[in-house]
Ligand binder design. Structure first.
Ligand SMILES: Cc1ncc(COP(=O)(O)O)c(C=O)c1O
Length: 141
């Protein structure tokens, strides 16, 4: 998990009685990938839950290079990425930033998005999850 991260993600982990590692995250640069590598080398990590676009609460968007490196690191360690991309519609530039899943050739990313932030803010929770059975299987086994 990034530190800081969306509180709802921590609540979900708590409910599922899962353990979380907190990875240092910079307000502009995003997650510290060296710290992530260190954590992956020392702990039996199953999945990495983070936001690559408009991160909540810090607001940064990872560069394409950093998204590619993130995928490279997680693939090398056989770790599933749970990519929480609920704010991807709220970008400021000309082009919508791609999710890290766009770099994932091994299909190890659960890409999660939501319609509730742009279509029905503050009310219903309507979303979508794009996952491969491989990614789902590797988390639960
Ligand atoms: C980062 C993040 N992920 C997930 C959610 C949940 O999104 P929803 O239940 O609207 O689909 C929220 C809601 O605020 C959020 O901020």
């Amino acid at each position: 998990m990034e530190n800081p991260c969306f509180y709802g993600a921590l609540q979900a982990l708590e409910r599922l009685k899962l353990k979380a590692l907190s990875i240092a995250t910079d307000v502009k640069e995003g997650i510290d990938l060296d710290a992530l590598v260190q954590a992956l080398q020392h702990y039996p990590v199953k999945a990495c839950w983070l936001m690559t676009n408009s991160q909540n609460p810090l607001g940064f968007t990872l560069t394409p290079e950093k998204k590619a490196r993130l995928i490279e690191i997680l693939t090398a360690h056989n770790v599933t990425l749970i990519e929480d991309d609920v704010y991807s519609e709220l970008y400021f530039g000309r082009e919508k930033p791609l999710p890290a899943k766009a770099w994932d050739k091994q299909d190890m990313t659960l890409h999660c998005s939501s319609f509730s932030k742009c279509l029905v803010p503050g009310s219903a929770s309507v979303g979508l999850r794009r996952a491969s059975t491989l990614a789902a299987f590797s988390i639960y086994n």
